[in-house]
Design a protein around this ligand. Structure first.
Ligand SMILES: [Zn+2]
Ligand SMILES: [Zn+2]
Length: 352
């Protein structure tokens, strides 16, 4: 079989490998769709503390496929079942895992980080993942591509649920990547009264706006805070989400918040970055500044329903698709910053 293998900073190669053989309590999945995430790109650019200097790793934690082999001790899963997976696997016995928060486990392992992930034709699902409830059966009506995108949506849903969004809210989404796109879709699905998206490139704004924005702000042309205030008749926004790793966006988002405003710092900043905030505004205006990372198995189950019921059309964020022969080109494309979401189809030779 073929696998796109990460071999240290800036280096991915398409290798021929033996098809893995599942052990007694493992399952083998034939991967049909694996989407490229900003986290994969971050690892390719700068490595990851859970991938050692001399390790090689198959990245990819947003994937879906079909079970093709089942270890002899596995009774819950059958050959032919279509599945997707929650990538972060909790240790199972820390305070966070006890609360069902596998994404907050300090001792997690994850597909595409310290376990080989989705950018290969066949992937082993470990016993810990099976016991942790990380493998999901997907509905017959759901495509593999849709199922692969439930993972990023579940991370968005995790941040979104704490913001307690209502139809009365004005929402600000900063960034033009697939995560920003999914937040626009959530804002639309929740019927919010106004949704403003901020980006610094006109073509990206034009691409993302149809997903749910009522207004766009081109930060290369106007003062973001002034423009958001103008668009909201001086009110400001009730909810803000920062979906790009830029400190100034975090500052602007707080400045744009109305009284009792809530925000989520969704995108992390590069290590060591610090942002100065006006805590008097937080105090007197009753702001809620929140953060979130990854998703729990429960968030994932809910995101799966949002996709299954058609409330969120996740594939609308997809702009490029590649077959396995072009996997390296797919990463180069994604690294170039063009388009929103790029998907690799490991069972297809070539698609574009
Ligand atoms: Zn991801
Ligand atoms: Zn744990």
């Amino acid at each position: 079989m073929r696998a796109a293998v990460f071999k240290g900073k800036g280096h991915i190669s398409l290798d021929e490998r033996d098809r893995p053989k599942p052990k007694a309590d493992e399952v083998l999945v034939r991967v049909f769709a694996a989407s490229i995430c900003g986290t994969d790109l971050k690892v390719i650019r700068g490595g990851h503390f859970r991938v050692g200097e001399n390790d090689t790793r198959v990245l990819g934690h947003e994937l879906a496929g079909e079970i093709v082999e089942v270890g002899r001790h596995v009774t819950q899963w059958k050959i032919g079942t279509r599945v997707s997976a929650v990538p972060n696997i909790g240790c199972g016995h820390c305070d966070m895992c006890r609360r069902g928060l596998n994404n907050m486990c300090p001792d997690y392992s994850a597909f595409g980080i310290d376990i080989d992930g989705g950018f290969q034709q066949y992937m082993i699902v470990t016993p810990q993942a099976l016991y942790g409830g990380n493998l999901f059966k997907i509905p017959e009506t759901m495509s593999f591509e849709e199922a692969s995108l439930v993972e990023p949506l579940s991370c968005c849903f995790n941040g979104w649920k704490d913001l307690q969004v209502t139809p009365e809210d004005r929402v600000l989404v900063m960034g033009t990547g697939p995560i920003a796109g999914m937040f626009l879709q959530l804002a639309k699905a929740y019927g919010t009264r106004q949704v403003i998206v901020v980006g610094r490139r006109a073509e990206r704004l034009a691409e993302i706006a149809p997903l749910g924005a009522t207004d766009t702000v081109d930060s290369s042309q106007v003062n973001v805070v002034e423009e958001v205030m103008r668009l909201t008749d001086g009110h400001g926004v009730d909810v803000a989400l920062t979906c790009a790793p830029a400190p100034e966006l975090q500052v602007q988002a707080i400045e744009c918040l109305a009284r009792l405003g809530r925000m989520n710092f969704f995108s992390g900043l590069s290590k060591g970055s610090k942002v100065e905030i006006d805590t008097n505004k937080v105090h007197y205006w009753g702001l809620k500044l929140l953060g979130s990372t990854g998703s729990s198995v429960e968030d994932y189950a809910k995101a799966l329903k949002l996709v299954e019921t058609g409330q969120i059309r996740v594939t609308d964020v997809v702009t490029h698709r590649f077959g396995m022969a072009d996997a390296v080109a797919a990463f180069e494309h994604a690294l170039s910053g063009r388009g929103m979401k790029t998907i690799i189809y490991p069972q297809e030779e070539t698609l574009q």
